[in-house]
Design a protein around this ligand. Structure first.
Ligand code: ABU
Length: 380
């Protein structure tokens, strides 16, 4: 292994080079190295999950009644079909750009299951980014806080086994019990100026992978309505001294996933949600900070499980190419203006299910090594 430094724009990068002959079927250290292999989720069989307080804290308020009334039933088939068509377009684009695409298997989301004192039905296998965390050559199955997602990683087991046999490290965080003690059933939304309240407690560790953004040795994180301090502490200890997890708080009373709030696009280039990031974290000193343009998704377009800021949820194919929603002209123009090469893809019907290109994917292999992209981190 060789260690060196290079400077890109104003950012000094401490680099490591690993022997290229080492087999690395899973290898991804950040959000922007050249993407070689990716998992893209599926919407087939997506269902309204069993209702639970954990959903109330994160879903748009105008969806609560619909979710309560339809719990355990499939989403409308025409919406699934429209989202599926867009996923196929996305896969086609990725393959055309030279990326190998893998897919999970369909699960029966209507099959009831349970823990020691609860029962639930499932949701979907549309968002691999939420459930699996890739750090270097390791894939971690996350301890999700939603009961309706308890078995979601099962859709990826054939791929996990394959990657393991090919040499990857495969870990599972402690399987949570998700007993009532894990939730604050008296949860109400925090008002402006009040400390943010989250619906989960510190009873046991839970986290979603999408509450973490990887920038080499530094991992950016938020506490949320699915990720608690206990979960972050578990991950920190699991990853050890090679990584530093930085936890930030944003202006988001419904926080669930960092990837429509703070999106590192390339070394020295950060996309932020101007409503949620009121102060750019000090670690980004010297980085170009881009404010995401206001989303233009019309009010009549159904968004079951996300805010309109899902327009920020882009996927980098390398430090230049970025997949972006085709109708989002302000975002396309902004990305061009900032020096990127946008690749438009229809995805608004997929957005209805709660995510966009970053959520719908899990980068399995990006060509690159474990580097450091920030200076003086220990002094922050
Ligand atoms: N992973 C989707 C996040 C959506 C939102 O924060 O609005």
């Amino acid at each position: 292994m060789k260690i060196g430094t290079r400077t890109v724009d104003k950012i000094q990068i401490t680099t490591t080079t690993v022997d290229a002959s080492t087999p690395r079927p899973v290898n991804s250290h950040n959000e922007w190295d050249l993407l070689e292999e990716v998992i893209v989720g599926i919407v087939d069989g997506a269902c309204f999950p069993s209702w639970h307080i954990a959903l109330q804290a994160t879903l748009p308020e105008d969806q609560h009644e619909l979710f309560r009334a339809n719990a355990g039933r499939p989403f409308p088939p025409e919406q699934i079909a429209a989202a599926k068509e867009e996923l196929e377009e996305f896969v086609h684009i990725l393959e055309g750009e030279g990326v190998r695409v893998r897919r999970p298997v369909r699960l029966n989301q209507l099959q009831p299951y349970g823990g020691l004192n609860w029962t639930s039905t499932g949701l979907y296998t549309a968002m691999p980014r939420d459930v699996l965390l890739v750090i270097g050559n390791e894939i971690i199955e996350c301890p999700l806080a939603w009961r309706s997602r308890y078995y979601e990683t099962c859709g990826y087991k054939p791929l996990l086994k394959e990657y393991f046999h090919a040499g990857a490290k495969w870990s599972t965080a402690p399987k949570p019990e998700l007993k009532d003690e894990q939730y604050d059933y008296a949860w109400t939304e925090s008002k402006p100026g009040e400390p943010v309240r989250h619906v989960i407690t510190e009873f046991e560790p839970t986290f979603d992978a999408a509450d973490f953004m990887r920038c080499g040795r530094d991992i950016l994180a938020q506490k949320s309505n699915v990720t608690n301090d206990f979960g972050i502490a578990w991950l920190r200890r699991h990853l050890g001294d090679r990584y530093r997890i930085h936890v930030f708080e944003f202006n988001d009373p419904h926080a669930m996933h960092i990837d429509a709030t703070l999106v590192p696009l390339a070394p020295g280039k950060l996309l932020i949600n101007p409503q949620r990031v009121l102060q750019v974290p000090k670690i980004f000193k010297g980085w170009d900070v881009f404010h995401a343009p206001k989303p233009i998704i019309p009010p009549e377009h159904t968004l079951y499980m996300t805010s309109k800021w899902i327009n920020m949820n882009v996927l980098m194919l390398d430090e230049q190419r970025v997949v972006v929603e085709r109708q989002d002209e302000p975002m396309i123009a902004a990305l061009k203006n900032w020096g990127f090469t946008p690749i438009p893809c229809n995805f608004r019907n997929f957005n209805s299910f709660g995510g966009s290109f970053h959520c719908a994917t899990l980068d399995i292999r990006r060509r690159g090594n474990l580097n450091s992209y920030f200076l003086d981190v220990d002094e922050l």
